[in-house]
Design a protein around this ligand. Sequence first.
Ligand code: FES
Length: 140
Amino acid sequence: MQGTVEQVLTTKRLVIGHVIMCRGCCCGDVNKGKPEFPVDWLKMEWKRRGLLKNIQLTISGCLGPCDLSNVASISDAAGSVWLGNIRHQWQYDALLDWASESKAAEVLLPLPREFDELRFDPFRPAARALVQASISEVTL
Ligand code: FES
């Protein structure tokens, strides 16, 4: 979205970040040959570690890029990172550890390097270029 609009509303539920994990039509659907997504386990661990009031966890419907299931979008005040092809339990374990460390630091820390190969950009290059150009204009 372009342009700056003054924030009018406020919320009492401020967080340091937001993790959206897709469990839509494809992600986690083992009947479609997709990797399992341990939704109940992740929600339970997120709660057990006291992450909820610090890092919002949302299990969502389809986020769009089904071909890269399982998909996650992680955002904070600085922007968002998208991950796809999450397929191993150790990746969910690493995500939980990262979230716990981020909670302690009171800011979303850089994701572990193991997630580098899972990153992708869901936005069209031309749209991203236009956004970058408009940001450059504003900062000049
Ligand atoms: S079902 Fe996850 S991106 Fe579509």
